[in-house]
Design a protein around this ligand. Structure first.
Ligand code: URA
Length: 232
């Protein structure tokens, strides 16, 4: 497990507790202790695991989170509108490195999304080579025609603007307008484009699971911390 050795002011600031310049004031107001001994010198180097604030351990050094994304929030640090990060505790919003989503869901898509401030993990899992499966529940505008599952499983469906056909995807029918689709890739607007390619339209999209991580035990907008060493 990580246990970095850093200056207190730099460490508190990277975890979002206060800015570097506010650190002196912070340690006067809050009981910052190193192995139980109160600390006032903010230029002192300390091990992460030795520090407590008001008898509480510090937030984890790296955070990996599963969130139940609501509709109407955006997976971006820049765009206008309600950003997904605004649903996280304020302190986490000030962390540096920043917490970012692993891949993206559209604004109107709900369900399971992973977020992390571990750049290596994010890079590995959002790479086109990552074979993490994603399970979606899709509500369609029109009833199924009947040949969609076979086409999606064939590995021959070429979406507009793409050079290579999609990898085979599994589709299971739930009712005439509701299906579950399992993908192991994540092209831009992939599910909506797949159904567009067969003359249908997605009216609601919910991601049930990313890898093993489902959101059935999380209310909409809620999150939980995952152990980053066993994420996927
Ligand atoms: N496919 C889409 O079309 N949208 C998403 O948000 C995710 C997958």
């Amino acid at each position: 497990m990580q246990n970095s050795y850093k200056r207190v002011d730099a460490h508190l600031s990277s975890l979002g507790y206060c800015s570097r310049s506010e650190a002196k004031k912070f340690v006067k107001i809050f009981r910052v202790c190193v192995r139980g001994i109160r600390l006032f010198q903010t230029d002192k180097k300390v091990y992460h695991n030795d520090v407590t604030i008001n008898e509480e351990p510090l937030d984890p050094e790296t955070l990996t989170i599963l969130m139940h994304k609501p509709s109407g929030v955006i997976c971006s640090h820049e765009d206008a509108g309600v950003l997904i990060y605004s649903l996280l505790p304020e302190r986490w919003q000030r962390r540096n490195p920043k917490i970012s989503t692993i891949g993206r869901l559209d604004g109107d898509t709900t369900g399971a999304i992973l977020l992390t401030d571990d750049g290596g993990l994010n890079h590995r899992l959002s790479s086109p080579k990552s074979d993490t499966t994603k399970l979606y529940e899709v509500t369609l505008f029109q009833p199924l025609k009947g040949d969609e599952a076979e086409l999606f499983a064939s590995g021959t469906l070429l979406l507009k603007g793409e050079k290579k056909p999609l990898l085979p995807a599994k589709m299971e029918q739930v009712s005439d307008k509701v299906v579950r689709v399992e993908l192991c890739e994540g092209k831009y607007h992939q599910v909506k484009r797949m159904f567009g390619a067969v003359g249908n339209k997605v009216v609601a999209l919910h991601r049930i699971r990313v890898g093993e991580h489902g959101v059935e035990d999380l209310a909409v907008g809620e999150h939980k911390i995952l152990d980053s060493s066993v994420v996927l």
